[in-house]
Design a protein around this ligand. Structure first.
Ligand code: SME
Length: 158
């Protein structure tokens, strides 16, 4: 397909935007088996659609997460197992929604403008091999709709 996104015109709910985006992400990554290329396009598609403050992946490398493809301001390069929101999602193997990062014990501050976030594990054959991290500069910006669709998107990578 042509490498461009078709965005919804005018006001649309976040769910409508995800629904519009899903088949386009599927089309974008279905013909490509390189994980880094697909993570890069997923980050760009989410950033372009929602203009989130920061969208990207951290990839499991031995006992740490290492920064992968992302869109947004520069970020921490490495996060240890169990540390911060990303490390917690990796450790527990479940999505973590944080309405107020200042209220999350051990939150790693990469950028003080980030106020809320969601982190979703990326599984390959039942093992967490990366996490998808989305940060917002608004408090309480993520909910069940984001969990549903971001988990579906993470599931498309394998
Ligand atoms: N906030 C994250 C660190 C990564 S940055 O936000 C990009 C955390 O506590 O895991």
């Amino acid at each position: 397909m042509a490498e461009s996104l078709i965005l919804l015109d005018g006001p649309a709910s976040r769910e409508d935007k995800y629904r519009n985006l899903m088949p386009q992400i599927e089309a974008l990554i279905s013909g490509e088996n390189d994980l880094i290329a697909n993570m890069a396009n997923v980050s760009a598609a989410l950033k372009q659609t929602f203009n989130f403050f920061w969208v990207g992946f951290y990839i499991v490398r031995e006992s740490e997460l290492v920064l992968g493809p992302f869109q947004g301001p520069v970020a921490c390069s490495r996060i240890k197992y169990g540390k911060g929101v990303c490390g917690k999602a990796w450790q527990d193997g479940i999505s973590v929604v944080v309405p107020d990062v200042d209220a999350f014990p051990g939150h790693i501050v990469c950028n003080s403008a980030s106020k809320s976030e969601i982190v979703v594990p990326v599984f390959n054959q039942g093992k967490t091999i990366a996490v998808l991290d989305v940060d917002s500069n608004s408090l309480n910006d993520f909910g069940t709709v984001d969990v549903l669709y971001l988990e579906k998107i993470a599931g498309l990578l394998f």
